[in-house]
Design a protein. Structure first.
Length: 215
């Protein structure tokens, strides 16, 4: 049975010493609106400021383009990860590389998560993955599950997201034409604004009851 590493508070903004060292694989997770992309952008800035060389990757960003965007207005160009992209080959083509930022890592393939572990173990590259843990059905994404199994550190982001009732928001509900749904494709890109398909963060009670707080 695989032991899950302890959940720790993030230390993403600490300076990283230069020089040869073992790579680490870290997974930062939380529901929508908790600041995952914002932290990814800040981390990339911090590492670059220390003179480290890195790549920024994403998949299915809310913008629809090859970039990381945050809801507070920050953004950065990124490499779009497709299902067939070999991440070890990608990093090798851009070497020397010290670190890789992986936003929306929950949408990567399981094979690509294995490749991230290969980058840390075989190449001494620090890998920082950000993403959701569970989908709109409250089931774990396969890639997120593998990150929980392989990561050296797992951190639940501490920025509190609130349900409409004021309780902590834990689960991402998919809302189609104003109704919460529990069936459909696992990945349907949307945001939290008004749209035919959108997402809303709810507490466990209101996720399970389907109460969107709109009555």
């Amino acid at each position: 049975m695989t032991e899950t590493p302890p959940v720790t508070e993030p230390s993403a903004l600490s300076p990283v010493p230069a020089g040869a060292r073992d790579g680490v694989l870290r997974f930062y997770f939380g529901p929508m609106d908790c600041g995952k992309s914002t932290l990814a952008l800040q981390m990339n800035y911090n590492h670059r400021r220390q003179g480290r060389r890195g790549l920024v990757l994403t998949k299915h960003d809310r913008s629809g383009g090859p970039q990381i965007t945050s809801r507070i207005g920050l953004d950065s160009e990124a490499i779009e990860v497709t299902d067939g992209l070999d991440l070890v080959e990608l990093v090798t083509e851009h070497k020397p590389i010290d670190y890789v930022i992986c936003d929306e890592a929950c949408f990567y393939t399981v094979a690509q998560i294995e490749q991230l572990a290969d980058l840390a173990d075989g190449f001494g590259i620090d890998v920082y993955a950000f993403g959701l843990a569970t989908d709109f059905r409250s089931r774990m994404f396969p890639a997120a599950r593998r990150l929980f199994e392989l990561a050296d550190e797992i951190s639940r982001l501490q920025v509190e997201v609130l349900c409409w009732c004021g309780r902590p928001g834990l689960l991402n509900a998919r809302v189609v034409d104003g109704e919460l749904v529990h069936t459909g494709e696992q990945v349907v890109i949307g945001d939290t604004g008004a749209a035919p398909v959108r997402y809303q963060v709810l507490c466990r009670r209101h996720y399970r009851s389907g109460d969107l707080g709109t009555d």
